[in-house]
Design a protein around this ligand. Structure first.
Ligand code: FE
Ligand code: FE
Ligand code: ZN
Length: 218
């Protein structure tokens, strides 16, 4: 890789990394949606696929903006960006690893609800990785006064947060509970109570008042 001499170079590198991440996610999401059983989860993943394609377009826009600047500055001398954005750019190894992990667990034999929970978990790992990358890139763009780049990155960052939140709600309100009780497993007392909406009220003795009464009688 060409030597990175300043924050701008590091931002360009991060954009390449995110671009590779989004490309890989676009390939992985349809398989995850296919493997999912819960309808809402399927829908959420398909919707995130649509959003991810838009995110990739935003990164394309940013790359074009950078390229234009470099061409006018360096008079197309084929500098850092040429090497960065030329054929076979950087592959995001983080995303590659996270997707591989997800595929590995999905290949296991699982109850459908358990698989749904596993899919959510691996998607959230990917979302968190993206949130980290976009957060960093946005901070660099802000530091460098690249207002339009910052705006584009902030838009995507917000979408990634929303996707993470949607998956969280799905897991906590439905999928985890289904997975807990699937395969004929008896629900634990706490689960049963939660499902009935009657979490047992504290039967703890009122120690404080007892003590107080004891003290008075002495
Ligand atoms: Fe994304
Ligand atoms: Fe990466
Ligand atoms: Zn995402």
């Amino acid at each position: 890789m060409a030597m990175l001499v300043n924050l701008r170079n590091l931002l360009e590198h991060e954009i390449e990394d995110l671009y590779s991440a989004e490309e890989q996610i676009i390939e992985a999401l349809p398989k995850m949606a296919e493997a999912a059983t819960d309808r809402e989860l399927k829908r959420t993943l398909k919707e995130h696929l649509r959003i991810t394609k838009e995110q990739k377009k935003r990164l394309d826009q940013i790359k074009k903006m950078f390229k234009k600047e470099t061409v006018s500055e360096e008079n197309s001398s084929g500098g850092f960006l040429e090497r960065m954005f030329g054929e076979g750019g950087t592959k995001c190894k983080g995303t590659e690893g996270l997707i591989q992990e997800g595929e590995k667990i999905m290949a296991e034999e699982m109850e459908p609800a358990v698989k749904d929970a596993a899919i959510i978990a691996s998607c959230q790992k990917i979302e968190h990785y993206e949130i980290s990358g976009y957060g960093t890139a946005r901070a660099y763009a802000k530091e460098l006064g690249l207002r339009e780049v910052e705006r584009l990155l902030a838009t995507t960052l917000k979408e990634e947060y929303t996707a993470d939140k949607l998956l969280n709600v799905l897991a906590l309100n439905k999928v985890n509970l289904k997975a807990e009780t699937s395969g004929g497993t008896k629900a634990s007392p706490s689960t049963a109570a939660r499902a009935r909406g009657t979490a047992s009220k504290s039967a703890a003795p009122k120690t404080a008042s007892k003590k107080a009464a004891g003290k008075r009688s002495r």
